[in-house]
Ligand binder design. Structure first.
Ligand SMILES: [Fe+2]
Length: 215
């Protein structure tokens, strides 16, 4: 309600938000098939990754344990550049110190969610920005889910209708081919079980805010 001439109004002040960045690869169809083929070949060639995945990732494949350096490959430079530009935007949106620090990618790996595979909740240590880029996500692919990090809220939560996505306990974001999500590395997230027999392909990564070199 307006209060006299001071234009003071009742309202909500939002504190401690978690900023999730959403971006879209421009003209994604031009590189989608190349990225699909890249990830399938990666699984074929990466024996160590397949072995470790069978222990840690049920029926799925990830090169997380074996090949995290994919951002160095020449054939992935267009994707790496897109991730870099997006990380720059994300850091600026946070008002982090981009004068003295640069978002620097330190890992990029591939994931293939086959039928019945899932990814339990986890976070990404030793980084500031984490994220996922969706390469091929058939209709009905399971979403990524984020868990409210404010543990104190679990003490005595009142019943709510869930209509404010920024203030729920668990938020789901649907995957879509060509979509990028970036989130703080400390934010717990997971992926539900893929019940479809069509594989869901994504690439995950981490950035850290690295101090710029002074000459
Ligand atoms: Fe993750």
């Amino acid at each position: 309600m307006a209060n006299g001439n001071n234009q003071k109004r009742d309202g909500l002040r939002i504190l401690f938000p978690t900023l999730i960045y959403e971006g879209w690869y421009p003209n994604f169809s031009s590189i989608q098939q190349q990225l699909v083929a890249f990830n399938r070949k990666l699984r074929e060639d990466d024996l160590a990754g397949r072995k470790e995945s069978s222990r840690e990732y049920s029926t799925g494949f990830t090169s997380y344990f074996s090949r995290q350096d994919l951002y160095k490959l020449p054939e992935l430079q267009p994707l790496s550049q897109f991730l870099q530009q997006s990380a720059n935007n994300y850091a600026q949106q946070h008002h982090w110190d981009t004068q003295n620090f640069t978002p620097t990618i330190n890992s990029l790996w591939g994931n293939i969610n086959s039928q019945y595979s899932f990814h339990p909740e986890h976070l990404h240590p030793y980084s500031h920005i984490s994220g996922v880029f969706y390469v091929d996500t058939p209709a009905g692919s399971p979403p990524i889910t984020f868990k409210d990090p404010r543990v104190g809220r679990w003490m005595m939560p009142p019943t709510a209708d869930g209509a404010r996505p920024e203030n729920t306990f668990n938020a789901a974001v649907a995957p879509e081919s060509g979509k990028l999500l970036m989130f703080p590395s400390w934010l717990e997230h997971g992926v539900g079980q893929n019940m479809d027999d069509i594989e869901r392909i994504s690439m995950s990564f981490n950035f850290e805010m690295r101090q710029k070199q002074t000459s």
